[in-house]
Design a protein around this ligand. Structure first.
Ligand SMILES: *[C@@H]1O[C@H](CO)[C@@H](O)[C@H](O)[C@H]1NC(C)=O
Ligand SMILES: *[C@@H]1O[C@H](CO)[C@@H](O)[C@H](O)[C@H]1NC(C)=O
Ligand SMILES: [Zn+2]
Length: 429
């Protein structure tokens, strides 16, 4: 989508004409709606699950899931027969729903359109960017802060794109305990890569002036990977804004892509992932079958005990989570992870600038059972105690289509959470 502005001076009047042109032949979501359903009973939760399995993501796209009463579930529906069927099924089960997004295509159109662009010089961070723009920015940043930042490439994706990350330290000569942050494992969650880019910028540019950033970088080093699922991200820009998975082909199926956050080799293939290649949570052909997962896992393993914390950033729902995902049983670090989470969520709210509330807890308690996730692998297999995942803004008003003007506020508070993590975690105990 391209927005062209023609500003003409006309006898002292400013005449502003803007044309919105679609130059892209990607998938169109006109008339698609996002419904918000709040299950009130166990039976309603079970019904929603059966609805999910019945349609297997082909026509009905679950944006959020829940296994808790009172926690909303957002569902995208195409217009026509499917919409009529699903809404009548919901009514038949006495489940209330409301329309959260009335026309998805309009929401897609306005998401990246930042009015401020044309009124004042807005910063790079107030817009969403293509993979190419993100990679150029990484080059620029690592060139500019040479002694404190460098580019890492873990390997290539299925479609042979680079898997790039940036290492950021107080000085590159002496390795310290390391915090790994990754974004964009799910393609359509665009505010996630944008947030990683903001974090990279803050850690590099603010080091000389900001006392907290110095404190943080004197304690740990960072590696930040802004786009884990590079192929999916490119596809979400060019072809289908709602794409989530990777772009690898599955033998014997016409459906494309694996959920890279269900493919890891810890409790792989257990409940909370799908063995159906068409599902949005398809766990792949085998554990660690995906090139992206293999490459990142190899790097993480090479860090050994230097790796002390891990954060996997997603959108949306405003939730901070820690292991386990695969079981309801509490991990042995539950109390410590609760303590640090509380500090992080508190920093997000009180220092983030917008009084934003996040909830926190063990994934299986707060959301649902999931298996083969990055987080469980890091905690269970690589034994990284401070392992988290986070769902950024919002709570559903815009969902995946968070307007560009909300990128910086979202990233700013997330960065407060990351700083609180580092300042609160205990090393060498
Ligand atoms: C909708 O429901 C009708 C009647 O129950 C059924 O015949 C039809 O196959 C359903 N359509 C879809 C797309 O599920
Ligand atoms: C911040 O949010 C809390 C609810 O989480 C609310 O009670 C409080 O009034 C808010 N404070 C401000 C300054 O808006
Ligand atoms: Zn996600």
């Amino acid at each position: 989508m391209k927005i062209t502005f023609i500003v003409t001076t006309f006898g002292g009047l400013f005449l502003l004409i803007y044309l919105v042109k679609c130059i892209d032949s990607g998938k169109v979501y006109s008339g698609h709606k996002v419904l918000r359903v709040i299950p009130r009973t166990k039976a309603q939760i079970n019904f929603l699950r059966s609805l999910h399995d019945l349609f297997n993501n082909e026509a009905v796209d679950f944006w959020t899931h829940s296994s808790l009463r009172g926690t909303p579930v957002d569902i995208r529906l195409p217009p026509g027969q499917v919409y009529r069927n699903v809404t009548s099924l919901l009514k038949g089960h006495n489940i209330n729903f409301q329309v959260q997004i009335c026309d998805l295509q309009s929401a897609i159109r306005i998401q990246n359109w930042n009015w401020r662009d044309k009124l004042e010089a807005s910063s790079w961070f107030e817009k969403y960017h293509t993979l190419q723009e993100i990679f150029s920015k990484l080059e620029e940043t690592t060139d500019r802060y040479k002694g404190r930042a460098r580019m890492l490439t873990f390997g290539k994706s299925y479609e042979r794109r680079k898997l790039n990350a940036v290492e950021i330290t107080s000085t590159l000569h002496i390795p310290k305990p390391l915090v790994f942050i990754n974004c964009g494992i799910h393609a359509r969650e665009w505010v996630s890569p944008a947030t990683c880019m903001y974090i990279i910028e803050q850690l590099t540019s603010q080091y000389p002036d900001d006392i907290t950033v110095r404190q943080v970088l004197n304690k740990v080093d960072f590696v930040v990977m802004p786009v884990f699922n590079v192929d999916g991200y490119v596809y979400s820009w060019k072809k289908d804004r709602m794409w989530r998975k990777s772009r690898s082909l599955s033998p014997g199926s016409s459906c494309v892509g694996t959920d890279l956050n269900r493919n890891w080799g810890f409790r792989w293939g257990e409940p909370g992932a799908s063995n159906h290649p068409c599902s949005e949570s398809y766990h792949g052909n085998s554990a660690m079958s995906e090139k992206e997962v293999q490459a990142v896992a190899k790097y993480l393993e090479s860090l050994g005990r230097r790796l002390v914390a891990f954060m996997d950033i997603h959108s949306y729902s405003q939730i901070l989570m820690f292991p386990w995902g695969y079981t309801k049983t509490k991990s042995i670090d539950n109390e410590e992870l609760m303590r640090v989470s509380r500090a992080m969520v508190d920093a997000i709210k009180t220092k983030g600038g917008d009084n934003t509330s996040y909830i926190f807890g063990q994934t299986s308690d707060i959301l649902y059972i999931e298996s083969g996730t990055t987080k469980d692998y890091l905690y269970g297999h690589l034994k990284v105690k401070y392992t988290f995942s986070m769902e950024l803004r919002d709570t559903g008003r815009h969902g995946f289509l968070l307007p560009a003007r909300l990128i910086v506020p979202t990233a700013r508070e997330a960065f407060e959470g990351i700083k609180a993590l580092v300042l609160n975690m205990q090393l060498n105990v």
